[in-house]
Design a protein around this ligand. Structure first.
Ligand SMILES: [Zn+2]
Length: 107
């Protein structure tokens, strides 16, 4: 039986995943997140996801060369089996549209 994302409780990524601390990489074309608390590149599990937002069109299409047919935000619940960190991260196309990351998060 399907349950609601995070049992319907409010959620937001903690400081452990903000400001460039959450990183990851691909193996084939799958992307994996690394625990931001553990040493090295310990891969975390994705326990759940939610479509937080989805609509046709994208407000940046008229400002950029490329066209995104939809606007979306996906939320993921992360968990590290090694240190028990549970956290959240979102991926979407309504935030930054390009540019150098060092101009967003210096250092
Ligand atoms: Zn960990």
């Amino acid at each position: 039986m399907a349950t609601s994302f995070n049992q319907g409780k409010p959620y937001h990524g903690s400081d452990a995943v903000c400001a460039g601390k959450l990183q990851g990489a691909t193996d084939t074309d799958y992307f994996y997140f690394f625990c931001s608390r553990c040493e090295g590149k310990h891969i975390v599990r994705l326990l759940d996801y939610e479509v937080r937002h989805e609509q046709a069109g994208n407000p940046y299409n008229d400002q950029l060369k490329s066209t995104a047919p939809k606007s979306f935000i996906l939320a993921f619940k992360l968990h590290c089996e090694k240190c028990d960190l549970t956290d959240f991260v979102k991926i979407g196309n309504l935030g930054l549209q390009g540019g150098e990351f060092k101009h967003v998060i210096p250092g």
